[in-house]
Each structure stands twice: as structure tokens, then as C-alpha cells.
Design a binder for this molecule. Structure first.
Ligand code: NAP
Length: 323
């Protein structure tokens, strides 16, 4: 099948560090034909690396006949406007997470996708494509730890002001609720939803430790889930002296833990079993899914309605914390 001719809108961190390496691994599926960025030096450098033309106005990219699909990697508040323009121009849309600025805009994104059934619409939630979370679900479904009943996911890190993400003005002066907590936490709730189904918030608290990271930087979110597993998700971006990223799931006959792309199954009286998923970041898989959606008309795993539910879940926790 023919490669999809891709236009990239936004030549920042995600486009350079995450999307481009994935696209270059899929040369038979994607050919970048044009890129766009509002400031010229970034557009020029990105285009030069690929040997393609660049434009500074998304409308110019969308008017091109050699662009079948767009990859939107812009500040979150621009997702709705840019997606609407891309679909109106007849382009398939791959747009970065979170799907939108707020729940109302997320609903507008879902309505836009419904109004354009012939065009593929995918939210680039890479956690939805990580193998490790699907493996954890399969292990639970096969009864490996008996009846799963509780989960604890602790993500602690200290992000300093010179961090490249903090340097992006749209994150520092965020217009979307939660700032870094939403930006990062939407990934975790996507994974929790894969493993446990939809989440119901049972309480949450937020704290602000470092105002340079935005209005809040620390969250504890207690949830219940469709599958009956209850849990706590802790996300702290100003955790001085602590660094951790560990998910623990307790079952009636054992436990599952997931840390550093590795899953450990522990059961009393039996040797631990460990499975590693090196480089399990989901970026290549999300582009492969987008390719299938464009070329075969399949519904992507991370369609806009999933993206909306992810956003609603994390915003629901933040709202509960504000009450
Ligand atoms: P970024 O480095 O700031 O890139 C955003 C790009 O948008 C920049 O090139 C910037 O251009 C441009 N831009 C900024 N404000 C604009 C405006 N008002 N109008 C038009 N263009 C504007 O941000 P990023 O880290 O790449 O994030 C982009 C998206 O990717 C976000 O949705 C983010 O959540 C997502 N992301 C996802 C992951 C993941 O793991 N899935 C990781 C990182 C980011 P100038 O710099 O030239 O102004």
C-alpha cells in the first residue's frame, strides 16, 4: 500500500524527539511532505533535516495536495482549532494528547470526528499502545494473581526549572486545568482505563510545591473502577530526594508490579516471574495504528472518544481536589 503523505504542524519537542524517530522507522508507511511551525528557525531546521519544504501558517500546509494527513504537535489549546481546520481541508488527523483544553472542547473534538467518518482521527496517547499495560491486563484476565482488588501507582520525580518541558511557555503559563498534572497524568489514567476499565473518582488532593511548574504539581487520586479494582494514583513533580515510577496490583493470590518497563509476578510459594519490555514507549505503534486507520478505515485504538474519557478522568480528579 502507498505511504501516507504526512504534514507535521508544530516542530517542537514532541515532533523532534518522539514523532520523527517513529516516523523514520516506518518509511514504507509515512512520507513527510511538508512541515509547519510559527517561528521560522525551528521550521527551517526541522524541514532541512528531512529535506522537505516548510511553511509558517498551518492554512498553507492544509491547502497542499501532497498532504493526506497531519500530525498536530502544538500546545493543547490549539488542538481543537487546528483539528477542525484539518478535517475541513479533508486531511486525516493524528493529534497529540491531551485531546483538548477542557471537557467541552474534548466533546467538540468527538463531534468533529463523528462528522467526518471518512477521515481517520487518532489521539496520540502513546500509553494506550505500550505493550506492558496490555500484558498486565492479560495476566489479570488469565487469573495469574487470583482476583485483582487494589492498585497503587506512584510516580515521583523532581522536575527543575531548566527542564525542557518547563521551558515551554504554554506549560509554565498553562491555560488548561492541572498543568503538568494533566499533561502527565492523562497518560496514567489512559493506562489505568486499559487495565481496569472506566474510573470513578473517590477523592483527590493536590498541592503546589514549586510554582515554576504551574498552579499545581502534586496529586493524589483515589479511584474505583469498572472492574472492581480500587486504587491510588500519586503523581508528584517536585519530589525532592525521591524518584520512583512503580505500579503495584494486588490480587487474592499474588501481585503484579510494573517498573522500568518490566513486569514481575509474585505468588506465595512460587518463584517470581519477570518479563521485560525494553523500549516499550508506544510511539511506533501509535503511528502504525494511524496508518491502518487511514489506509484500511479501521477505528484506531486511541480514537477521540477514548481521548475524551482520558481527559475527563484526570480533570474529574482535579475537580474533586478543588471541592
Ligand atoms: P513545544 O516544544 O512547545 O512545541 C510546540 C510547538 O508549537 C512549538 O514548535 C511552538 O513553536 C508551537 N507553538 C507554540 N505556541 C504556538 C501558538 N500560539 N501558535 C502556533 N504555534 C505555537 O511542545 P511539545 O512538548 O512538543 O508539546 C506539543 C504537544 O505534544 C502537546 O500536546 C504535548 O502534550 C504533546 N507531548 C506529548 C508527549 C508524549 O509523550 N506523548 C511528550 C511531549 C509532548 P515556537 O516554539 O516556534 O513558538
Amino acid at each position: 500500500m502507498q505511504a501516507v503523505r504526512l504534514g507535521i504542524i508544530g516542530c517542537g519537542i514532541a515532533a523532534n524527539d518522539l514523532h520523527l524517530p517513529a516516523i523514520l522507522k516506518l518509511r514504507d508507511k509515512f512520507t513527510v511532505t511538508c512541515v509547519c511551525n510559527r517561528t521560522e528557525p525551528k521550521a527551517k531546521a526541522f524541514a532541512a533535516g528531512l529535506g522537505v519544504p516548510y511553511v509558517l501558517d498551518p492554512a498553507e500546509l492544509l491547502a497542499r495536495d501532497d498532504v493526506d494527513a497531519v500530525d498536530i504537535a502544538l500546545p493543547v489549546e490549539l488542538n481543537l482549532r487546528t483539528t477542525a481546520a484539518a478535517l475541513a481541508a479533508g486531511k486525516h488527523v493524528f493529534v497529540e494528547k491531551p485531546i483538548a483544553l477542557d471537557a467541552a472542547q474534548a466533546s467538540s473534538m468527538v463531534a468533529l470526528a463523528a462528522a467526518h467518518p471518512d477521515l481517520a482521527c487518532l489521539v496520540a496517547e502513546n500509553y494506550r499502545y505500550k505493550e506492558s499495560f496490555r500484558r498486565l491486563k492479560a495476566l489479570m484476565d488469565s487469573g495469574s494473581i487470583g482476583r485483582p482488588y487494589m492498585a497503587q501507582w506512584t510516580c515521583l520525580q523532581k522536575i527543575d526549572v531548566d527542564n525542557k518541558y518547563v521551558q515551554t511557555p504554554w506549560r509554565r503559563n498553562h491555560r488548561y486545568e492541572g498543568g503538568f498534572l494533566t499533561d502527565g497524568g492523562v497518560h496514567n489514567v489512559a493506562a489505568l482505563r486499559i487495565m481496569f476499565g472506566n474510573l470513578t473518582c473517590r477523592g483527590a488532593v493536590v498541592r503546589s510545591v514549586n510554582p515554576a511548574l504551574g498552579r499545581t504539581d502534586s496529586l493524589q487520586f483515589m479511584f474505583d473502577s469498572e472492574s472492581g479494582v480500587a486504587g491510588v494514583f500519586t503523581e508528584c513533580f517536585s519530589a525532592a530526594g525521591a524518584s520512583e515510577g512503580k505500579l503495584l496490583i494486588l490480587g487474592s493470590e499474588g501481585s503484579l508490579s510494573c517498573e522500568n518497563d518490566s513486569i514481575t509476578v509474585r505468588r506465595p510459594g512460587r518463584p517470581d516471574s519477570v518479563e521485560a519490555f525494553p523500549g516499550d514507549d508506544g510511539y511506533v505503534a501509535e503511528f502504525e495504528d494511524f496508518y491502518r486507520a487511514v489506509r484500511e478505515g479501521s477505528v484506531p485504538l486511541s480514537d477521540f472518544s477514548e481521548g475524551r474519557k482520558d481527559l475527563e478522568s484526570i480533570l474529574g480528579a482535579l475537580e474533586a481536589a478543588a471541592r
